[in-house]
Design a protein around this ligand. Structure first.
Ligand SMILES: C/C(=C\COP(=O)(O)OP(=O)(O)O)CCC[C@H](C)CCC[C@H](C)CCCC(C)C
Ligand SMILES: O=C(O)C1=CC(=O)c2ccccc2C1=O
Length: 307
């Protein structure tokens, strides 16, 4: 006679789940938000909106993020840091070289889109800024730099996804720079860096073993959870400050509708910072905060121009 087991054993994740985790669909919002917010800020300031440039820039940004993520798994396979990561695209396919060339194909296609913008506008400014972003993205993970291993990733992330990306997008729409675009640049830089910061909480053991000094490894999970709280509060405080300084319209205070997500993020991390299994999902709460607050910011920036 067969008996039904009374305890549920946790099954390994299915192949489909691993592939989904390797492709990381939610992470592509980090491409959508800087392009949307930069375009919204340009529209709010100048009334200009070029949908062809917006669509091309967005497609390129998505392709560049595909490059960033696939090449991250390729370079991490070299250092051994991903040996326990079942959802590494290299571990899943078993073909590092193919993934390397696939990543490069995405990068070339992404840069091709930016080249198109440069060609339409007879101006290489946007191309130069995005090439700089890609070089910095490479320096985060690729040899011989691997600056992410020194804990410098969050700084690179702040500048590339923040001031640099937003000013490139602003320029692509208006063919001029605006010092004021630093304000949305700083906000998006912070919210994107929060994602990267959160992604390291559950990886302390693997990072230590591979010699990666992520900010969480350097400061410990307790202090890191406090730094996360302060940075999240700073993000909302800056929205108020930029509104009071009239850099933003008061409509941008709509961003405060994302406070419940921010609250969920900081309470979850403060409670579980030293429990890898529990804290591992905090990156996705951070992605939600970045996406929702970014869309609300974009909305707040365009409303005055529409009315
Ligand atoms: C690949 C990134 C993080 C993954 O890091 P890690 O190795 O710790 O994660 P796993 O555990 O999943 O292996 C992101 C790194 C971002 C980098 C610092 C900056 C990239 C800049 C971009 C190229 C800029 C793109 C701008 C675009 C929106 C126009
Ligand atoms: O896989 C990840 O953890 C991340 C991927 C990614 O493209 C990205 C981009 C910007 C900030 C953070 C992250 C990740 O954490």
């Amino acid at each position: 006679m067969t008996t039904t087991p009374t305890t549920t054993q946790s099954l390994p994740p299915s192949k489909a789940k691993l592939w989904l985790a390797a492709i990381k669909p939610p992470m592509y919002t980090v491409a959508i938000i800087p392009i949307t917010v930069g375009t919204a800020f340009a529209f709010g300031e100048t009334g200009i909106f070029d949908s062809k440039i917006f669509g091309t820039f967005l497609t390129s940004a998505i392709l560049i993020i595909a490059w960033l993520n696939i090449s991250n798994d390729v370079f991490d396979a070299d250092t051994g840091i991903d040996k326990n990561k079942a959802h590494s695209i290299v571990n899943l396919t078993g073909d590092k070289s193919l993934m390397f060339w696939l990543a490069n194909l995405f990068l070339c296609l992404g840069i091709l889109g930016i080249l198109l913008i440069a060609w339409w506008q007879k101006d290489i400014t946007v191309l130069l800024i995005i090439l700089l972003c890609c070089a910095l993205g490479y320096s985060y993970q690729g040899p011989p730099f691997r600056f992410g291993y020194q804990g410098l990733g969050e700084f690179i992330c702040f500048f590339t996804f923040g001031p640099l990306a937003i000013s490139a997008v602003y320029y692509s729409q208006t063919q001029q720079f605006s010092l004021f675009s630093l304000a949305p640049g700083i906000l998006i830089g912070i919210s994107t860096s929060i994602i990267l910061f959160c992604s390291h909480f559950h990886q302390v053991e693997d990072d230590l073993a591979a010699g990666k000094k992520s900010p969480i490894v350097r400061m410990g999970t307790q202090l890191a959870s406090q730094v996360l709280t302060v940075t999240t509060v700073l993000f909302f405080a800056l929205v108020v400050l930029f509104s009071l300084l009239h850099l933003f319209s008061f409509w941008t205070l709509l961003v405060f509708s994302s406070v419940p997500i921010a609250y969920q993020l900081v309470t979850h991390v403060n409670k579980n910072h030293d429990k890898p299994n529990q804290v591992s999902n905090c990156k996705f709460i951070a992605v939600r905060l970045h996406f929702v607050s970014g869309l609300l910011l974009a909305l707040g920036l365009i409303i005055p121009q529409l009315s």
